[in-house]
Structure formats: C-alpha cells, structure tokens
Design a protein around this ligand. Sequence first.
Ligand code: JFZ
Length: 433
Amino acid sequence: LSAVNAQEKRIFNETDAQKEQRLAWWVNDRFGMFIHWGLYSMPSRHEWVKSNEHITDSAYQKYFDLYNPDLYNPREWARQAKAAGMKYAVITTKHHEGFCLFDSRYTDYKAPNTAAKRDLIKEWVEAFRAEGLKVGFYYSLIDWHHPDYTIDRVHPQRPSDPKDYDKLNKGRDMEKYRTYLKNQVKELMTNYGKIDILWTDFSFPGEHGKDHNDWNSLDLIKMIRKLQPGIIINDRLDLGEYEDGGDFATPEQYKVSEWPTRNGKRIHWETCQTFSGSWGYYRDETSWKDNKQLLVLLIESVSKGGNLLLNVGPTSRGTFDARAQDRLKGMGEWMQVNGRSIYGCTEAPAEFKRPDNSLLTYNPTTKRLYVHLLDYPLQRFELPGMKGKVKYAQLLNDGSEVKMRGTDKGDLALELPVRKPDVEIPVIELILQ
Ligand code: JFZ
C-alpha cells in the first residue's frame, strides 16, 4: 500500500491483490448486457415515465393489472447476448417504479401477482447461467411505490412548492423503507445461488435528495459481501468516503476522456450505454446508434481500461424488438472475429502513440497491440516510433499478413490492402518483439 492509500478509509479487510483476484473475470470479459424491464415497458416511453409525467399510483395501476409477458423466453435473450460477444448480464430486479420481477415476501407488487404468475428472475438467472454468462442484479434504491419512501426531488409526486415536502411526507417513514430494502436485497443475495454482480441505483445527495444515510449503505454493503463474498458491487451507494465503498465506477461515456483515477491510482470502471437514449423500451424513440457507433463505445472503453454494459429494453411481452436484435447481431459479427482485441485487453502502454482516427488496445499477457481503424486509410499507415518493435502484423479479421517496414524517421509503415476488409472496424494485430 502506498502512503496515500494507507490513509484511505476502508470498510473491509481485503488487500489490493485480493480485490484484483475477485474482479479478474470482470476485467477480462469487458462486455456485458444490461436489461431494463418492468411495467414501464408497457407505456414504452421511458423507464422514468411515472416521474416524468407525474403519474399517480392509481393511474399507474393499469400497467400492473394488465402486465403479461407471454413471449418471455430468457434462453433466447441469453443466446443473443452470448452471440453478441457479451460475457455477463445485469437485469433490473426492481427499478424506480418499485415493481419486482422477482418473488419477494415483503411486497405484493411483484410479477408472481400478475398474469406472469411466477418469479421472472429465477428463470432468467438459470437461462443466462446455462449459456455460460455471469449474472448480475440491478436493484433500485429509489422506490416510487413504497408507501414509506419519502417524496424527494425526483419523485412522481414531488410538490411544485418546496414548502409542501413536510406536509406530503407526513406518515412516511424511511426507517421502515430501509428495513424493506435490506430484506429485499437479502432475498436477492440468498435465493438465487451465486450472484456475480450487484448494481445498486442510485444516490442523489443534496436538498430533497437521498444519500447513504437513507439506504443505510454501510450496513447494506457489509451484509451483501457477507452473503456473497465474491460479488462485485458498483459505486452508487454513496459510500465514496471509503476506498472500498464500491468496486467500480459507473461514469457515463461522455465524461471519460481518460482512465479515471482516485488519489492518482487508476480505478476499475464500467460505462453503461443505451441503444437509443432510454433504458426501458421506448417504441417511438428514433435516436438509435448504429453498429459502428456501438462498437466504438466498446473499443473506446477498453482503450481506457474500462468495460461496457450495453443496455437492451425488452418489450412488455418479453421480446427484444427488431432494432435491438439488429444491433446485437452487428456487434456479434464483429466480435466473432475481432474479440481478441477486447477480451483480456486494456489501455496500451504510453510508449505506443495512437495514430489519428484509431483506437489502441493492448493485451498484457500476449503482448499484442491492437490498432482499430475507425476511418480506413488508403494503403499506407504509419505507427509513430515503432520501427523495430513489431515482429509481425496481421489483419485480425482474416489473419492476413500486413507488410511493414521501418522508415528513416523511426516510424513503422504498414502496407494495407486497398479494399477495406469486410468488417465494420478493421483491426491490425501487432505481435510485439
Ligand atoms: C439511473 C436510472 O435513473 C436510469 O433509469 C437507469 O436505470 C440508469 C442505468 O441509472 O440513471 C443514472 C443515474 C446516475 C447517473 C447516470 C444515470 N450518474 O451518476 O451519472
């Protein structure tokens, strides 16, 4: 431990090496599927619809009454996730609306009490495990259904006049909600076997907000790690004062200009991203990213030492809509032949300079450097300062040799085929000396 880190507050007795071991699979796998599914899939206009449109509990009730995911087949979801090259998945067991996809002893507001008549999470876990994927639970700390959850600044029933908060919150008791929250997390950590990831969401400190005191986060994280010693937990419990108050950071992509640090030390991170903006199914949304943009999100994350959790919002009947299937297929086609530049890879050492319109990743075990060509150049491509450093160069998609020679300036000139290889983003694999 460096002097700086030794001063940092810690919750657990775990060494840095032990933490690295616990997170090793996650760092290696790099690419996961996020799934946002709930009652909000029915209005299909954002998972925040209840808050955005200030919908009351009684007006929202119709979604619960009519919820019927008759086409739900998690084995099909798992198949598509795997084919896309994803190695783990995280599903909303409960989102902010409060509806539970799992069977909980502590609420009636759950899938078994709808036409689904069963615990939808149980079969999801079994299906994803059967495809060899690691499984994770998203659990919303925020709850817009629980009668004891106090009205805050993002709540559907937030008042227009701040003076009205006290009046509205009379009779609501966060102590009772904390008990509910803890009981439900305990169920999730106990009833489904080994859970690989817990994705809590989210804290928003400040006036009429919620922070670690509202969730009793410290007590919660201790219980979670006790029940699931190997689990990996995100950083949204508002325990930032502790170095180990979360295992990885969850920045939004646009904030990541370089590998995020804490006290000068690089941290684990994962960006989560949507296909179209909303996390829940949003039928009329038109802002869908194309396959190339999605691949750039993945490659860019790995090039800065991070993971990508790419979200699908299934329909209320339990299917992936055609646009989602198309994107997953596109990612899979690329990953099928180029996955070697993603799995087990990380940021390239600083000695390797990134040429224009390219992204670098590096596999420290095999000592191979990957150059992702975002804008396919015409025949000649130069790697600054790399003369004499490369044993062999090939296109990753078809394993064909790329001829190279050192220049007088000490650069490495690569001779690329005129015709762009048949992949969205071609990758040159450099086997270093
Ligand atoms: C939250 C949710 O509100 C949203 O519906 C979705 O589930 C998403 C994955 O998580 O939204 C957030 C919360 C925090 C940040 C960004 C989006 N953040 O801290 O940058």
